[in-house]
Design a protein around this ligand. Structure first.
Ligand code: NAP
Length: 295
């Protein structure tokens, strides 16, 4: 158990740190927070500083009383999470709410994936949330704060088109639950959000890579538009966790039920599960690329 290094503080102006705030869900979360009544200090972190600065300006227009700060950080850099945590604690005295949102998907089959990109994905999606949380933990415990981890509904069923991505999110979910239990009694709330498909640059990137590869993935294709959530809907529900913390929420339930159903089938009858997922997913590889040849 980590000891609190700071005395309990009143979070009259809570400090909310959002990773991956330069786009998609992270940016929408920041806007939703700014529209709330807490007048928080919002720290926006990602690599693209120009976007973060633009967003900070928009947040100040929404509510001139809020503090919006930016930190440029590459979370794939092993030093990134520690540097980010130190900067926020030095500038604002601590963290009340940590939203581990930054993430990236690689829609290549594992055997075709660039090993360097796989390592980057694991670093951003899994290693960085763990390290950042560890660095922020003394402050979070001292302030009886909150950790919100953005996972994915993809963990319902192993999808051969997104195997490495799903592995990072499954790891995140395991650690989320373990941490929640470890921190029981400290006053720190730990919540896991598992969205289904959301229309953001994340989906655009996956679709363009799938299209560039000349193949389609019916699971992903069928995700739009009827299963795709609006980013504003998702951000509203995530920010709602600040007032009503929950262990785990799916976004939005009706949008992920086919994944859940597929997961149940795969667990009850693995051969049938394999057949359904392989049929719905991309064609099996005939010959895996060597790591050197991989794109
Ligand atoms: N969209 C979906 O369908 C969907 C579904 C389920 C779960 N999710 C999860 O939701 C979260 C947000 O996704 P999104 O849809 O909003 O994606 P997005 O629009 O692509 O935004 C991803 C964010 O992550 C940041 N990021 C990526 N690599 C980074 C790095 N090395 N260091 C720091 N920041 C980095 C990006 O900022 P920079 O590029 O500026 O660094 C960007 O702000 C992710 O964890 C994703 O896995 C998304």
């Amino acid at each position: 158990m980590v000891e609190a290094h700071e005395p309990p503080q009143s979070a009259a102006r809570p400090v909310v740190l959002i990773t991956g705030a330069s786009a998609g869900l992270g940016a929408a979360l920041a806007c939703e927070l700014a529209r709330g009544r807490r007048a928080p200090t919002i720290v926006l972190a990602a690599r693209r500083l120009d976007r973060l600065e633009r967003l900070a300006g928009e947040l100040r227009k929404i509510d001139p009383t809020i503090v919006a700060a930016t930190v440029a950080v590459d979370l794939a850099d092993p030093e990134g999470p520690g540097r980010l945590a130190r900067e926020v604690v030095d500038r604002f005295g601590g963290v009340d709410v940590l939203i581990n949102n930054a993430g990236l998907g690689l829609p290549t089959q594992f055997a075709e994936a660039d090993p360097g990109l796989i390592a980057r994905q694991v670093a951003v999606n899994l290693t960085a949330p763990l390290l950042l949380t560890r660095h922020c933990l003394p402050s979070l415990v001292g302030r009886r704060g909150q950790i919100i981890n953005i996972g994915s509904a993809i963990t319902c069923v192993a999808n051969s088109a997104l195997g490495a991505y799903g592995a990072t999110k499954a790891g995140l979910a395991y650690w989320n639950d373990a941490l929640r239990r470890e921190l029981a009694g400290t006053g720190v709330r730990v919540c896991l959000v598992e969205p289904g498909p959301i229309r953001t640059e994340f989906m655009d990137a996956i679709e363009s890579m799938v299209t560039d590869g000349g193949r389609t993935d019916p699971i992903l294709d069928n995700a739009a538009p009827w299963m795709t959530a609006e980013v504003w809907d998702v951000s509203r529900r995530v920010v709602g966790l600040l007032d009503r913390p929950r262990r785990r929420i799916s976004m939005l339930r009706r949008l992920v039920w086919p994944f859940r159903l597929l997961g149940v089938i795969a667990r009850l009858c693995p051969p049938l599960g394999d057949r359904v997922v392989v049929t719905l997913s991309r064609r099996p590889l005939s010959s895996p690329a060597t790591a050197k040849d991989a794109p």
